[in-house]
Design a protein around this ligand. Structure first.
Ligand SMILES: Cc1cc2nc3c(=O)[nH]c(=O)nc-3n(C[C@H](O)[C@H](O)[C@H](O)COP(=O)(O)OP(=O)(O)OC[C@H]3O[C@@H](n4cnc5c(N)ncnc54)[C@H](O)[C@@H]3O)c2cc1C
Length: 499
C-alpha cells in the first residue's frame, strides 16, 4: 500500500467536486496540497466521436443502464473527469426559491445560494439561444404548448460556440458545452490542484482514504491514470465528498465511520422520467441544433415538468413500449419523431434510498408512489395534447394500451392514457437528476450534514454534491449543486477546525 499525504482531498469531479476544486485553487496557490480523486477516466477532445455505441459505455456508469433494486427504472449518471457534467445537456436553472425555502434547512440562506448560482452561470457562459439556432423539435413544442393553452419557457444553456450537433448527452464533440471538465477543473489544475483519474475512493477512515487506481483496459477510451495502478492510503486534513447522490452515500455506508448519522442513504429522489415520441408526416430536424431549449413548468399545479429532448436511436428504441412490427415501424419513423421528456417532481419518502450490497456496490431502492404515477400520467396527457396541437399524426404513450394513439383519438386522451396502464417494470422509466442521500438539516437525527455540507460530528468531513438535497429540487439541478458546493468550499476555507 502506497502512502500519500494531502491537506484537502476531494472525491469526485462533477458539478459538486469540480466546483470545490476550483474554489480551493487559492489554497493550492498558497502551497497547500489539494487532490481530486475521480473514479472515471479523463478523455482527450479527439475521443468524443458522438457515436452512441462508443460514447455511452465510456462516459456513463454501468454503460447508462444502472437499474434500481426493484428493476423498474434506469438511472443515468456520468463517471469521468467532469462527472455527469460531461453528459448533461447544459440547461442552467437558478435555484427555485419556493423549493429551497420549503426545504426548511436551518442556515441555508436563499440569497447566498442564488448569488453563488449566478456567479457560476456567468462563469459557464449561460445564455438564451438566439431564435435562428432553435431546431424544429423545439419550435413545435412552443407552438404545441401555445395551441394547447400552455406557456413554454426558454432554457438558459451553457454553451460557447455550439455547432448544433445535438450530441450533448454523448459528450459534446465540439467542446462547446461548459461542464466542469471545461471550466472549473482546468482552472483548478492551473492553480496547482492535482486531479487523479481512474482513482476510486474505496473507504474513508479517520482523516484518510483508501483508494484503488485502475489500469486503462486495452482498446478502451480515455487516458491512463496520472498515478501508477495500485492501492493507496491517502492521509488528509479534510475530506470533501462529491461522488454524487449515489457515490457519496455508498462510500459513507462502506466506511462505517463512528458517530455518522443513521440517515445516510435516505431521502433519495430523482425526477422519474419518460421519453415520449410522436410521429409527424414530415421530417423533424431534431438531430441538429441544441436538443433542449424549452420547457413547461407545471411543478406547482400538477407536479411535473416537460422538456424538449432528442434521444439517440438505441435509447429511443429501449424507451418505446411494444415489440416486433409496431416497434420497428415507429423506429423507422425516427427522422419524423417529435420528442418530449416528462419528469415527475417526486418527494423524499421512507424506503427510497441508497444502500450498498455485500461487496460495497451501490444499490438504489426506489418505489413509485401513487403521487409520482399520477404526475407521470398528467404529464403524458399534457404532452399528447401538445403533440397533437403541433400537428402530430400519432403519439406514443407508454401508459396507454395499446401505446399508440392515433390523431382521431385526441378527444379520448384522458381515457386512453391512464394509471391502470402504468405497469411497473413493463414500461420504461429513467432518471438523470439524482438527488439526496446525505441531506442537509439541523442535526444527526434528521440529516447527515448542516447547510454547509459539514458532516454532523465529524469536523474534517464535508459533502458537496447533489446528495445534500433534503428533497427533490423540482427543476434541473446542476447550478444549485454548484452553488451548494461553492458554499461548502467557502466554509471549509473559513473553518479552522479541520486544519
Ligand atoms: C444525461 C444527463 C443529462 C442531464 N442534463 C442536465 C441539465 O441539462 N441541466 C441540469 O441542471 N442537470 C442535468 N443533469 C444532472 C446533472 O448533470 C447532475 O445533477 C450533476 O452533474 C450532479 O452533480 P454531482 O456532483 O452530484 O455528481 P456528478 O456530476 O455525477 O459527479 C460525481 C463524480 O464522482 C465520481 N465518483 C463517484 N464515486 C466515487 C468514488 N468512490 N471515488 C472517486 N470518484 C467517485 C463519479 O465517477 C463522477 O464522475 C443531467 C444528467 C444526465 C446524466
Amino acid at each position: 500500500m502506497i502512502e500519500r499525504q494531502y491537506d484537502v482531498v476531494i472525491v469526485g469531479s462533477g458539478a459538486g467536486g469540480g466546483t470545490v476544486a476550483e474554489e480551493l485553487g487559492g489554497l493550492a496557490r498558497d502551497g497547500k496540497k489539494v487532490l481530486v480523486l475521480e473514479k472515471g477516466p479523463r478523455f482527450a477532445d479527439s475521443e468524443f466521436d458522438g457515436r452512441e455505441l462508443s460514447m455511452a459505455p465510456s462516459l456513463y456508469a454501468e454503460e447508462g443502464g444502472f437499474l434500481t433494486a426493484e428493476g423498474t427504472m434506469t438511472l443515468a449518471f456520468g463517471s469521468a473527469y467532469g462527472g455527469s457534467t460531461v453528459v448533461y445537456t447544459g440547461t442552467s436553472m437558478q435555484p427555485p426559491e419556493r423549493v429551497i425555502r420549503g426545504w426548511g434547512v436551518p442556515g441555508l440562506d436563499f440569497s447566498d445560494l442564488e448569488s453563488r448560482a449566478r456567479k457560476y452561470a456567468e462563469e459557464n457562459g449561460v445564455h438564451l439561444l438566439p431564435p435562428d439556432l432553435l431546431n424544429e423539435n423545439n419550435r413545435l413544442f412552443v407552438e404545441g404548448c401555445e395551441k394547447a393553452g400552455y406557456k413554454a419557457e426558454q432554457f438558459p444553456i451553457n454553451v460557447r460556440g455550439c455547432k448544433g450537433s445535438s450530441l450533448c448527452n454523448l459528450g459534446c464533440p465540439n467542446a462547446a458545452k461548459q461542464g466542469t471538465h471545461r471550466v472549473q477543473l482546468p482552472a483548478a489544475e492551473r492553480a496547482g490542484v492535482e486531479v487523479v483519474t481512474r482513482a476510486e475512493a474505496l473507504r474513508i477512515e479517520e482523516r484518510a482514504i483508501l483508494v484503488r487506481v485502475q489500469e486503462k483496459k486495452p482498446g478502451s477510451k480515455g487516458l491512463p491514470s496520472e498515478w501508477a495502478p495500485g492501492e493507496y492510503r491517502i492521509k488528509a486534513g479534510a475530506i470533501v465528498l462529491a461522488g454524487s447522490a449515489i457515490g457519496t452515500p455508498a462510500l459513507l455506508l462502506r466506511s462505517n465511520l463512528p458517530g455518522l448519522s443513521k440517515r445516510v442513504g435516505e431521502g433519495f429522489t430523482c425526477h422519474p422520467a419518460h421519453i415520449l415520441a410522436a410521429e409527424h408526416a414530415r421530417p423533424i430536424t431534431n438531430d441538429v441544433g441544441h436538443p433542449k431549449s424549452f420547457f413547461l413548468d407545471r411543478s406547482v399545479e400538477e407536479g411535473f415538468l416537460l422538456e424538449t429532448c432528442m434521444y439517440f436511436p438505441f435509447t429511443t428504441a429501449k424507451n418505446l413500449a411494444g415489440f416486433g412490427a409496431p416497434h420497428s415501424k415507429l423506429m423507422h419513423a425516427f427522422p419524423r419523431l417529435q420528442m418530449i421528456l416528462v419528469l415527475a417532481c417526486d418527494k423524499a419518502v421512507p424506503g427510497n434510498r441508497v444502500a450498498v450490497d455485500r461487496t460495497g456496490k451501490p444499490v438504489v431502492h426506489y418505489r413509485f408512489t401513487p403521487e409520482v404515477v399520477a404526475s407521470l400520467i398528467r404529464a403524458t396527457r399534457a404532452s399528447a395534447r401538445i403533440f397533437f396541437a403541433a400537428g402530430a399524426q400519432r403519439v406514443h404513450a407508454p401508459s396507454a394500451d395499446p401505446p399508440l394513439l392515433e390523431r382521431d383519438e385526441a378527444p379520448a386522451i384522458d381515457e386512453r392514457i391512464h394509471g391502470r396502464h402504468f405497469k411497473e417494470g413493463k414500461i420504461s422509466v429513467s432518471a438523470a437528476h439524482l438527488m439526496g442521500g446525505c441531506g442537509m438539516g439541523s442535526g444527526p437525527s434528521d440529516s447527515v450534514t448542516d447547510s454547509y455540507g459539514r458532516v454532523h460530528g465529524i469536523p474534517w468531513l464535508r459533502v458537496a454534491d447533489a446528495s445534500l438535497f433534503p428533497d427533490s429540487l423540482e427543476i434541473n439541478p446542476y447550478l444549485t449543486i454548484m452553488a451548494l458546493a461553492g458554499r461548502a468550499a467557502g466554509k471549509l476555507l473559513e473553518d479552522k477546525a479541520w486544519q
